[in-house]
Design a protein around this ligand. Sequence first.
Ligand SMILES: [Zn+2]
Length: 308
Amino acid sequence: MKSLFVSAALFFAAALPVAAGGPAFDGPVFDTHMHYSRSAWAVYSPGDVLQKMDKANVAAALVSSTPGEGTARLVAFAPGRITAGYRPYMTPSDRTRWFKSAGLLSLGKTRLMLRRHKAFGEVVLYFPNNLETPQMAQYLKMVAQQNLVLHLHSDAAVVEAVFKQQPEIKILWAHAGFLEPAAVIGRMLGQYPKLWAELSYRADDITGADGVETEWKALFMRFGNRFTIGSDTWNNSRWDMYPYLINRHRNWLGALPRALAQKIAFQNAAALLEKAGPPASRLTPGKQTGILARGYHRKHQKYQSPAG
Ligand SMILES: [Zn+2]
């Protein structure tokens, strides 16, 4: 009888999602790399997206889209949980030309004048010389003036070039550089106090035999206030695997001290975005205000309808 009980207990233990470093982190998550682009909104309604977030215990998200209409739809549906990033693309191919397009810049000026955004991006810049256009000088000026967080997908050299032009802006480094190793990320965070690193696409690199690779764990211990996590739902197959993408992060987060995991999972993003954006965006009731005060921690928050 006893041995039966023990084997049943072992069976159930094996079935639970326990990472190498301990049980997965189960607290609320702020997804700082969500896209809701045309291909996604054709399939998933804003209600579907919020349902996916609820199922994965994702309390809040920083969203951008191609074109920006997707972001606006999500903000209208759940203003207390969605923070808007402005992405200056109308079509996916704009990713290779936005930084030198006069038409996209003039559209961007009009949209940013509405002061509804807290971040600029996620945008891609390939080389430091992509910054050497008249359009980029104006974009960076607007980012600085409106106190937007620049959500930037690039390597370390481009991040350095941006800080050289605009040392005052805050950068949320998408995928922590995607291919940059932990040593480079550590050097960059040490050198630039206004740099935060977002970890979508990096769970494979971070996950190690004891839950977290040693060099990554050292980074998290040293720069615990400067990391965030994300899903990067840039296509619909990533939307389909949304719980998996979030759970990959929960697994390595579970191997960190809980207070540190809570920061990386949620609090760092909330603190960064709470202080971001032009004054008007902070004063518009019911839109982008009070991330912490508005109950992001509550698991089943009632959504405000566009009318309410
Ligand atoms: Zn992305």
